[in-house]
Ligand binder design. Sequence first.
Ligand code: DGL
Length: 280
Amino acid sequence: MSFSTTPDQDAAEAPIGIFDSGVGALSVLRHVQARLPSEHLLCFCDSGHAPYGGKSDAQIVARTLAIADFLLAKNIKAIVVACNTATAAAIEALRQQHPDLIVVGVEPGLKPAAVFSKSGIGGVLATASTLASSRFIALRDQITEATGVSFLTQACVGLVEKIEKGELSSPETVAMLERYVTPILHGGADTIALGCTHYPFVQPQIEAIARRESTQPITIIDTGEAVSRQLERLLQQRGLQRFETRPGSLQAFTTGSKAQLEHAFSALLQQSPTVNEILP
Ligand code: DGL
């Protein structure tokens, strides 16, 4: 495979699309902004169709391809599938449909979880759909075989809906987290991979449970940073990185409520981009 490394300034001006079923996109977006501040970014939150976790693979593939078409019509040079569930179900279909597009996906950080684990047991929180996917099962088996670290997995049914509503520390959300996280801790896990991009927004609540329920220090793994590094690497390989001292622009799109996404940006990232509400 050979890529041009000669910077193409016109092509580099094109934006990068980042999408998720909802506000999980923001937990990846913040890492992309930190690493690639001069890039123009389009952030698509499919909140009108969230959660993806209970949908069939065919439905997730259809949403992913439709969102990619929407972003490609805006001339994106790369797309970040900022959703573990969509990566597991649809990244192959997306790559097949758009073989020349830079496509970066996200999967639960089992590799770093294995590296950090001293107990030999890692924990994974994700959607039921991600945990049942052949992609996840292959990753888990491969890491366990290579490192000897085993994984306790927990599907966090209902958690994405709470985070979509901005209920990060309501009594119901905290009770739900206790129900999901405590068995993993009591099972001896000393690392927890956040296998859904919504979950970094409840990391402080997970840490509080870990401090209370575990006798050992717990490392929590969010893959947003690794995703931004991979995106940078691929842009560099193709000579598509935008080099500018002025910061890039950010535009957001939602199939849900504009007011809700504006509120999420302000509460979660302290930002106020233009938010466009589009038909689901
Ligand atoms: N943020 C998505 C993920 O990373 C949530 C999926 C959902 O909507 O259920 O898996």
